[in-house]
Design a binder for this molecule. Structure first.
Ligand code: PLP
Ligand code: COI
Length: 362
């Protein structure tokens, strides 16, 4: 496949947002509420393949009420960011990894696979046309949301024969408002079971997490932490991010990928950065009782959440049926976490050398 195969038709926007209004919106965008002018849309039909790639005005989409996604939830998405680099250029972080994971999610959900070149071209074309929407603040970026829905109008339960692949973009600030987050340990609900869809980035996983996330909020916590479905013991991941622990001897621990958690691209990058900093890194199971014990004994000194939206965010405390424990300083002043965050952000924003080839110019 080559990018030439998928040349996007640009349909002029009839009424883009004015420069003055855009500046206003970019000053304080929050997360996921402000959107750019355009979207990328590509259609798929069995026998016809992917066709009609367009960049057009962002607008509501028409769907038949019998469209499969509305009934059987055949839907997947990605989350990635574009940054304004110091030299004024635009960069993205490991977009090829998002393209690959999108294909893997599609495979799990029995959906048509978007070729990597098409995925990357759609994202790049949208970033180029909406480049004035990339905010330039410290922790600001343009969040990109590629997603795919099953659009065939048919109520029989089977993989859809038609799909819509769409990319929208949203200028964003920090996902969390600052300091350390608090985490609610969900003992009543699980996110994913072995053989299930936990490793796929499908909307259903997030729908399944919402009641537990609501419980977290009711407990005054920012995020929910899920345990494994079989034993309700092993720490897996949070509602929308992976988790790491830092031990007193400098060792980093994170749950292994085993099909029930999302293989985070931030997680993967941090494992590499930590190893190259000379830290010992262990991808191994860590139980919630051990976590409480280690926090009490002082062996566990830091914990953090990581993901595209959250970047690297200190966890200040865990709360759950076992009570509440404070981790480290409890306020985000965590040196190992901070070192990893700075190393990651520096590369992502094109401020530090990138020996890994992770950063791509748009
Ligand atoms: N786990 C879940 C459930 C997520 O939603 C995310 C966010 O995308 C992550 C982990 C982190 O993945 P990544 O680092 O690729 O953004
Ligand atoms: C992301 O970090 O991209 C996520 O998916 C987390 C959440 C905003 C859904």
């Amino acid at each position: 496949d080559s990018a030439d195969q998928f040349r996007f038709t640009h349909i002029p926007h009839p009424a883009p947002v004015s420069a003055a209004r855009r500046t206003e919106l970019l000053a304080n965008p929050g997360f996921g509420r402000v959107f750019t002018d355009h979207m990328a849309v590509v259609r798929y039909k069995e026998g016809q393949g992917w066709h009609n790639p367009t960049i057009e005005a962002r607008a509501p989409i028409a769907l038949d009420p019998a469209a499969a996604v509305l009934h059987y939830a055949q839907e997947i998405f990605e989350g990635m960011k574009a940054y304004r680099a110091a030299d004024g250029g635009v960069v993205m972080f490991r977009p090829d990894a998002n393209a690959r994971r999108f294909r893997q999610s599609a495979e799990r959900m029995a959906m048509a696979e978007v070729p990597d070149v098409l995925f990357l071209e759609a994202v790049r074309e949208l970033v180029r046309v909406d480049r004035d929407w990339i905010p330039s603040g410290e922790s600001a970026s343009l969040y990109l949301r590629p997603f795919m829905i099953a659009s065939e109008a048919f109520l029989g339960v089977k993989p859809s024969s038609e799909y819509l692949f769409i990319v929208i973009a949203s200028p964003v600030g920090a996902y969390f408002s600052g300091g350390a987050v608090s985490v609610w340990v969900s003992e009543d609900y699980t996110r994913a079971a072995p053989g299930g869809t936990g490793a796929a980035k499908c909307g259903g996983n997030y729908a399944a997490s919402l009641l537990a996330q609501r419980e977290a909020k009711a407990q005054n916590c920012d995020q929910v932490l899920f345990l494994d479905a079989a034993e309700h013991r092993w720490i897996e991941e949070m509602g929308g991010m992976n988790i790491f622990f830092v031990m007193k001897d400098g060792t980093l621990v994170t749950p292994p990928l085993g099909g029930t958690i999302l293989p985070g691209i931030t997680r993967d990058a941090l494992l590499t950065l930590a190893r190259d900093k000379g830290l010992t890194v262990r991808e191994e199971r860590y139980s919630i009782e051990q976590c409480y014990e280690d926090a009490a004994s002082g062996r566990l000194v830091e914990a953090f959440a990581c993901g595209t939206a959250a970047v690297v965010t200190s966890i200040g405390r865990f709360r759950g049926h076992r009570g509440e424990i404070v981790i480290g300083a409890g306020n985000g002043a965590d040196p190992v976490t901070e070192g990893l965050r700075d190393a990651l952000i520096g590369i992502q924003r094109g401020q530090r050398p990138d020996p890994y080839g992770w950063v791509q110019r748009v």
